[in-house]
Design a protein around this ligand. Sequence first.
Ligand code: PEP
Ligand code: MG
Length: 743
Amino acid sequence: MTTGAASRRLLARLRDMMARSAAPLSEVTAVIAAEMVSEVCSVYALRPGEVLELVATHGLRPEAVGRTRLRIGEGLVGLAAATGEVVNLPDAQNHPAYAYRPETGEEPFAALFAVPVRRAGRRLGVLVVQNRAARRHDEDESETLETVATLLAEPLAAMAASDPGGEDLATTLPRHFAAASLVAGLVIGPVVLHGLRPAPKHILADDPLAEQARFEAAAARMRRGLDQMIAASGHLPAGMATRDVLQAYRLVAEDAGWVRRVAERIAAGLSAEAAVQRAASEVRERMRRINDPYLRERLADIEDLAERLLAALDAGATPPLVPAGAILLARRLGPADLLDWHGRGIAGVVVEEASAAGHAAIIARALSLPMLGGVRDVMAAAEAGDLAILDGDEGELILRPADDVRGAYLRAARARAARARAWADLAHAPARTREGTPFRLMINAGLAQEMDALDRVGADGIGLFRTEIAMLARGRLLDVAEQAALYARVLDQARGRPVLFRTLDLGGDKLLPEADAGFAENPAMGWRSLRVGLDRPALLRRQLRALLLAAAGRPLSVMFPMVATIGEFAAARALLLAERARVRPAPARLSIGSMIEVPALLWQIDALLAAADFVSIGSNDLMQFLFAADRGASALAGRYDILAPPILDLLEMLARRAAAARVPLSLCGEAAGEPLVAMVLAVLGITTLSMNAGAVLPVKAALTSVDLAAFRAVLETLRRQAGDVASLRAPLESWAREHDVPL
Ligand code: PEP
Ligand code: MG
């Protein structure tokens, strides 16, 4: 049995031994056995092929070293490695997973304690102690052995790296991951890992009291940061963003057993960083096995707090450099984190948890940053610096690709780059189809940083400015002055080109981190967007005022999202007109428009066209509601197509009615950025399209090269003969390819 003093003595002895370079592991096992009063102490290392090999022992037969091998999951040692959990058994031989290895001579030992050795989520081996007498190791002893396992990570990692078979095969072989494609594009580059800090330089500390003081100072810094967040949330509308969530988070920060456990580890001799990292990795292990969403959330909070604590301990350290063209891998990623990494130069992003990718995906799209979601367990399989291919078109991630695969992708990337260079010349070419139909291509944006794209791609303006993005990026609602400054900058940079500002579209998958919209079974159809604005008019009026102030006498276009009834549009419009009466100078021209994205509006279209100055079809939401198919569900991606005959009928009807009413109509959903869809829309009479900046030139290349009259004839024939086909995409695509239209 070890006491706190014995534990410190063991750790101090081990540290001294390890400081002498290359202390043999057999000596280390002898010291552990002696201090733990155990007859046996053994170390197994993970070897190529997911095999655990006995690499050192005190107490088992020496000839078993290098011979005894277990697969991950085989025997109790393999079980500890497979689950990442401690195995603590007074009578190991009666456990169903017990696997007897005669060469070890272990039959006289009853008690077994096995603790996995891991670093940065990666398995390295297992530390085992065994006793003749049946006994269960108590909490103090468990704690000590887990700390010892942390110390063993260093020599085992070195052993894996110098293995003649290369490193641990699990992290050297190519791995393919099927993923949800959140933003298209191709990136080939080294990976960087989010949230996995490098192993702390010092695992043990000489002075536990000083270390405890560092930990407490960092915890206090972190709590102050949280208090500031809570204070800043004061102006958020009740219900939409109550302080409860933050308060609950703050409570987790305040205590919960984990803070005490960190302190205990420091008292046992670990550095503050190592103690916090151990707590975080334990939490991660538990999260892997928990399905209950509530508990997962709480554990996610703790993991998040551990990250904040490490950052607070690291205050002043410069963040590591990001290699050029790097691909960021993350378990979860907030919008502010993504912006931060983008500023440091990443070229693509891969997130394990697709559901949490909601906000980050919106930002990634805004930044044209290729992104994959739902790539489970990729963090455990990757090492920083591994080469990876992120294929955002096919929804695939390839880690450590084989040379021929890498070669093929590099050729594809070069071809793409050559095509992009050719397209660049198109930016200032006239926007007309071959037989002379004019079209207008605009961009969707949400951040001031995106405005450069207007000139780069020669866009006609901003067809959709998503005002919620800047708030999601900063993680809070902006006040009137902050909003007005942002919108004014956008108008300045647009230099007279139209900007259609859409009022806040929060809710659904776009929640501010501190927002608590309450539990909603179907958040996309819940209390979101304009519904919030109309129920909390002060919030909407503040935004409208900011827009009018930003215009400062210039023309202003404001568009309302998620309008479901004419009454809602009229109420929103009235709020805008009331604000206009108060703001001087009034805009030279005020255009008030509506998104068409709620199906009910389709049956009120004439009334809407009579009331609105312009309308824009939000095909993302319109399609999700028409087909009752969650736009974020990767399992449904591609199942329903905008090129379905009934949808084409619907779009044509909208184009005709808008033209008859002389109300400008555009389409600003993701579909506008697909060259083939853009061609179809042009035939149907929808010639103003707003899309991600990256899509403008490819769409322009298709529209300027197509003979629209011939394409119209094909489309009309297909629509007449459609029968019950679900989509006209395949035959239209074949026609375009046969006629050399670049898709
Ligand atoms: C849409 O729904 O199509 C749209 C453009 O708006 P958002 O994607 O922001 O919901
Ligand atoms: Mg929408």
